[in-house]
Design a protein around this ligand. Structure first.
Ligand code: NDP
Ligand code: OXD
Length: 313
């Protein structure tokens, strides 16, 4: 069994060693542009078009992350990037849910306990107790109720917040009010004090964080974008921050990454930025899952995490 590996930024060694340890019968190599030798599986993150284009004999392409928007966009721009008929598989959880719960809880609690405002007061040496936010007026809406969105929603329910989710299909998560489909988006957002985005970036969801959605939120709402930069209409959030429709935003993902030095988000007093660290791929857990999927495919069983390119996620 031959496996090819490509990651533009990650050290390949832990992956090569880890797959070799788990699958001694496999030979795994780092792919380069001159490599046209046969392969059964590909492990990739943002692969160049040339890597996969003619490899119709692959039995599976494993994306080394949860979101597959980059690879599907590349396929749209350069049709044939993904060989026809080869399953594309993504990581489901593999340690990302817990990281997303940590990020979401840390951020929601920072706003709920007004730590962001106290931080500004401290800079002005102001001793200024504020009235606490009331839990009953702190409804949290989670866009996306898949692997990551549903685990974040659950963690927030466990913290006794009122939580809603929005997805394509109806959900029955304990303690979470489910909204679904385009028709229910405005109702989902209406009165939310916090909006957390964990949608995949697809042609349907691009730009979903926009002026129209923001006007449905409670005044002085908080925005947390953990999905993709393409979900957010940047001019709309800056205007909503100016008008007070949005009190503060925490942004982990951006249209252009790294965020350019001149970008207004960097210096906005009510925008908090993290460098796309909401949930990292954890190689050990990712490899356990990939190897178990390879074994499933080899045994003729259905693997998990199969992407539907037509749906875009
Ligand atoms: P899933 O595929 O498990 O969940 C996606 C959710 O979005 C589903 O609930 C789906 O609805 C919903 N959805 C998709 N399209 C629509 C639509 N048009 N309208 C309404 N709902 C829609 O993905 P994950 O939870 O694993 O990951 C979500 C995203 O998180 C990734 O795609 C990635 O962009 C981002 N991410 C960010 C990271 C970071 O570090 N910031 C790290 C990892 C992921 P339904 O359930 O009905 O299908
Ligand atoms: C992912 C990411 O999609 O890290 O896995 O953003």
């Amino acid at each position: 069994m031959n496996i090819i590996f490509y990651h533009p930024t990650s050290d390949a060694k832990p992956w090569i060693d880890g797959i070799t340890k788990r699958l001694p019968q496999a030979s795994i190599r780092v792919w380069n542009a001159d490599d046209h030798d046969p392969a059964d599986y590909a492990l990739v993150w943002r692969p160049p078009s040339a890597m996969l284009a003619s490899r119709t004999m692959l039995k599976g392409i494993f994306a080394l992350g949860a979101g597959v928007d980059a690879i599907l966009t590349q396929e749209q721009r350069h049709p044939g990037t993904l060989p026809a008929g080869v399953p594309l598989l993504r990581l489901e959880d593999t340690g990302m849910s817990l990281q997303m719960q940590e990020y979401a809880l840390a951020t929601v609690l920072r706003y709920f306990r007004r730590m962001d405002e106290y931080q500004l007061f401290q800079q002005q040496k102001q001793w200024h107790p504020l009235a606490p936010h009331s839990r009953s007026e702190f409804t949290i809406g989670v866009l996306g109720a898949g692997v990551l969105g549903s685990s974040v929603a659950k963690a927030l329910v466990d913290m006794q917040f009122t939580v809603r989710s929005w997805s394509r299909s109806a959900k029955s998560l304990e303690g979470v009010a489910s909204f679904y489909g385009d028709d229910q988006l405005a109702g989902f957002a209406r009165g939310c004090k916090v909006l957390i985005n964990l949608l995949p970036n697809t042609p349907h969801t691009a730009g979903v964080l926009n002026h129209q959605l923001f006007t449905n939120l409670s005044h002085n709402a908080y925005l947390i974008n953990l999905g993709r930069g393409g979900h957010l209409v940047e001019g709309d959030v800056l205007r909503a921050l100016d008008s007070g429709q949005i009190a503060a935003a925490t942004l982990d993902v951006f249209i252009e990454e790294p965020l350019p030095a001149m970008h207004p988000f960097w210096s906005h007093p009510r925008v908090s930025i993290t460098p796309h660290v909401g949930a990292d791929t954890l190689p050990e857990q990712a490899m356990d899952s990939i190897v178990s999927n390879i074994l499933a495919i080899e045994a003729g069983r259905e693997p998990t995490g199969r992407v539907d390119p037509g749906r875009g996620y």
